[in-house]
Design a protein around this ligand. Structure first.
Ligand code: AMP
Ligand code: GLY
Length: 426
């Protein structure tokens, strides 16, 4: 079997790692693989966003399955291109990817389908948006409707801040086209959980729930990042809560999308807020989360590949489930100094030879080999995942493992899973 992975971050390294376990004899390819992926696959020197060139390459190389990591190629219609050429591909169509690429679309869909979420209004006109902010007051949340690399949501604690956010999006186009339309929504209180469903458009296989850490600073302070660490499972996300998410979120959302002529086949990621009045959706993503994938896949005992192939080939997931290990996983991201602001690249990385083991995996994100040396090549550089019998042991192993990786300016959060620790230790 010949498998192509599009993307080259920590999430894609984790996908490659898991799919190689599921199919040890398969032949793997990846677009511009990072330093951790490169030894495990053949490189394809085409950018993940070059949809035309990639579909041509996949056809010429008789690829049996293509798995799309990032949202940008999905929103650009890569799946439609591959399907037009008869190539099996895992991911949603361009229309279905709007669940992430247009918050205005996703909020409207949820409202119509009765899926619990924050109340919202959509604006393209600055005066209207300002008047709405003044009428509602703070706290309030202002979001660019389009793709903004996880940075398009501003949680505003004052009216002034919210007015500033709408002016920068609609007035100054600070997020470019993505912010020409803004969603202004009610502030929700609660803890967040990321839930991934592999879906055929109707049936879903829900994977173990995880919790991300979006802020750069310990105790969840400072600016938002792509995610500084994650853990799974989350004791707050009980089996009953997952059943509720299936009934109130996944099933009605998928039904509404099919009715809309945009069935969602791929990985549907629901960011849920567990509020005092029950679960509500914060956002949907049309792909695996990063760094949650780096804890969800190491805990998956059954084959991911079987599920992806079924979906890519147009099959059904009715009656299918995933078997999870009964252990816990924690991942700690090691980032470049200065991230999520400006940072330098090209710092030499030292990973101790005895660091990795069966239960300690170093997933690369922004790394590259140059002349045999491993160098930093991005903001989030690596994610160190530990699997252990308890959350506490996994957290300890992930943190101490991450601390052993050295490069100039390396930064990590030492408190990944602090909410879980507070819960489990009382
Ligand atoms: P999003 O880009 O929609 O995922 O939002 C980014 C982050 O902003 C979320 O992970 C939440 O922490 C926060 N956030 C988004 N929407 C809300 C909301 N309505 N109420 C409270 N926090 C929110
Ligand atoms: N970890 C958040 C995301 O992947 O969107």
């Amino acid at each position: 079997m010949r498998i192509l992975i599009i993307g080259n971050g920590g999430r894609e390294h984790a996908l490659l790692w898991k799919l190689r376990k599921d199919a040890p004899s398969a032949h793997f390819f990846a677009t511009k693989p990072n330093g951790g992926m490169a030894p495990l696959c053949e490189p394809v020197e085409i950018a993940p966003g070059d949809v035309e060139a990639l579909s041509g390459w996949a056809a010429a190389h008789r690829i049996d399955l293509t798995v799309i990591g990032p949202e940008a190629p999905l929103a650009a219609g890569i799946v439609d291109r591959f399907e037009a050429k008869g190539l099996p591909v895992f991911g949603p169509s361009k229309d279905a990817a709007r669940i992430e690429s247009s918050k205005a679309y996703s909020k409207e869909l949820m409202r119509n389908a009765g899926v619990p979420t924050a109340e919202h209004h959509t604006f393209t006109n600055l005066d209207g948006a300002e008047a709405f902010v003044r009428e509602r007051g703070a706290p309030i949340v202002v979001k660019a409707s389009g793709l903004a690399a996880g940075k398009g949501a501003v949680v505003c604690t004052t009216e002034e801040e919210a007015l500033g956010a709408v002016r920068s999006m609609l007035g100054d186009l600070a997020f470019g086209e993505a912010g020409r339309e803004v969603v202004i929504e009610e502030y929700m209180e609660g803890e967040e959980v990321s839930v991934f469903a592999v879906t055929d458009g109707e049936h879903s296989v829900i994977l173990v729930p995880a919790q991300d850490h979006k802020r750069i600073g310990e105790g969840d302070t400072g600016p938002n990042t792509g995610g500084m660490g994650a853990y799974a499972p989350v004791t707050l996300a009980t089996p009953a809560l997952i059943d509720e998410a299936r009934a109130k979120v996944f099933t009605p959302t998928l039904a509404a999308m099919s009715a809309d002529g945009a069935p969602f086949r791929g990985l549907l990621y629901a960011g849920l807020m567990l509020t005092p009045s029950g679960l509500r959706v914060v956002e949907f993503n049309c792909r695996f989360g990063d760094p949650e994938t780096q804890v969800v896949l190491p805990l998956m005992e059954s084959s991911l590949l079987d599920l992806l192939v079924s979906v890519a080939e147009g099959g059904s997931l009715a009656g299918r489930t995933a078997r999870q290990r009964s252990t816990a996983a924690v991942t700690t991201v090691v980032a470049s100094g200065g991230y999520p602001g400006a940072y330098e690249k090209g710092k030499e990385i030292t990973v101790p030879n005895d660091l990795e083991s069966e239960d300690l995996i170093v997933f690369h994100a922004g790394t590259a080999y140059r002349d045999g040396r491993l160098l930093t090549a991005g903001g989030r550089v690596l994610a160190v995942t530990a699997v252990a019998d308890s959350f506490a042991a996994a957290a300890e192993a992930s943190r101490t493992g991450a601390e052993r990786i050295e490069f100039e300016g390396a930064y990590l959060r030492k408190d990944i899973g602090w909410r879980e620790r507070a819960r489990t230790l009382g």
